[in-house]
Design a protein around this ligand. Structure first.
Ligand SMILES: NC(=O)c1ccc[n+]([C@@H]2O[C@H](COP(=O)([O-])OP(=O)(O)OC[C@H]3O[C@@H](n4cnc5c(N)ncnc54)[C@H](OP(=O)(O)O)[C@@H]3O)[C@@H](O)[C@H]2O)c1
Length: 324
């Protein structure tokens, strides 16, 4: 029986409940996908808790990435056939066994990428792609700082940055996570729960600072991130796992004529040609082994609440995948 995990209203994990689905028929430009694997991301928590406003009043389905098999399609869709393996990332709706999606939001999966790998990286991997190629396009021998280096995005970023010859400093909470971040390619890892990361970055860079900081932690790190930048450095704030960084003021950028950007993946994926070329680049580095996908936790979709609790409690490393 087809089913979804639905939140009746924003709140804690108790709002997530299983509901049976009526049969779904795709519109002319849509594809019906039977999902085989679903990725878990911090954005799911932001939506479930209500930090991010809901596009509907009630009964919302969180989840932003998945993979599966094409079961049917509307009459205008010529790019996919029944039985094709596909993957996607969109803002919500993934915690479900079956769903319809616009054909333009799907990408075909090559044999070299498994369904679970794709479900784990469509959002995190494409985010990593734009962060290091577009938000601050890295060059060989530059030094960058990346927070939450043992997390889903961080684990992919460490490996991809290493393959580009970039010197990477990561931060992670606790000794165990620091080891994992190192295994994922970071040259230096700072335990920012027990060490002052600004002092450590300055020591590692002989007082010069870094060319860019990729900061998804937000409130707890943002001012320190600015203090780690070289003159003309770039702060890429792409998330707020510790809370919204509201202490920042524009004059803070004047200290070093800094650049600041606050990107969102879905502005990039709205362009189908970007989605195509970025996902091809992502599948290439996964397929050839440059970037390994660390799926540390695979759970039935019915366990979504417990998985959220772990993510919010800083208990996860790498990626978590739900199986419908
Ligand atoms: N803008 C975009 O387009 C975009 C796209 C994808 C993801 N993101 C953002 O990227 C970040 C990483 O996403 P992810 O799904 O891969 O998550 P994740 O990194 O696996 O998990 C978040 C990590 O943030 C760290 N953290 C620091 N302070 C925290 C706190 N107070 N509460 C909870 N966690 C805290 C924890 O690592 P430590 O224990 O090591 O500190 C935690 O494991 C999130 O902020 C997400 O919103 C943004």
């Amino acid at each position: 029986m087809a089913y979804s995990i639905v939140a009746a209203e924003p709140g804690g994990i108790e709002v997530l409940e299983r509901r049976e689905l009526d049969p779904i028929v795709p519109d002319a430009s849509e594809v019906l996908v039977r999902q085989t694997a679903i990725g878990v991301n911090f954005i799911d928590v932001y939506y479930r808790s209500g930090l991010y406003p809901w596009p509907v009043e009630r009964d919302f389905i969180v989840g932003s990435e998945g993979a599966g098999i094409v079961e049917a399609m509307g009459q205008d869709v010529s790019t996919f056939s029944v039985g094709d393996r596909v993957a996607y990332t969109v803002s919500h709706g993934a915690y479900t066994s079956h769903r319809v999606l616009p054909a333009t939001s799907l990408v075909p999966l090559p044999d070299s990428v498994k369904d679970e790998q794709a479900a784990a990286v469509m959002l995190k991997g494409l985010t990593t792609y734009y962060l290091i190629h577009e938000s601050f396009p890295v060059e060989e021998d530059q030094t960058v700082l990346f927070h939450a280096a043992a997390g889903g995005v961080g684990s992919l970023a460490g490996q991809w940055l290493k393959s580009k010859g970039v010197r990477t400093i990561g931060t992670a909470g606790g000794a165990e996570k620091c080891v994992i971040a190192k295994e994922n390619g970071f040259d230096h890892v700072i335990d920012y729960r027990s060490q002052d990361f600004v002092d450590e970055v300055m020591a590692l860079t002989e007082g010069k600072g870094v060319e860019a900081v990729y900061d998804s932690v937000g409130k707890d790190t943002i001012m320190g991130s600015l203090a780690c930048l070289k003159t003309f450095g770039t702060l890429v704030n792409f998330g707020q796992s510790s809370g919204i960084p509201d202490q920042f003021r524009i004059p803070d950028l004047a200290k070093g004529s800094f650049h600041l950007t606050r990107p969102i993946l879905f502005h990039f994926t709205a362009n189908p040609s970007w989605l195509k070329q970025a996902s091809e680049a992502l599948f290439q580095v996964i397929g050839d082994g440059t970037v390994k996908v660390n799926i540390s936790n695979t759970q039935p979709l019915s366990q979504a609440g417990q998985v959220h609790q772990m993510l919010e409690g800083r208990k996860t490393v790498g990626s978590t995948v739900l199986i419908p």
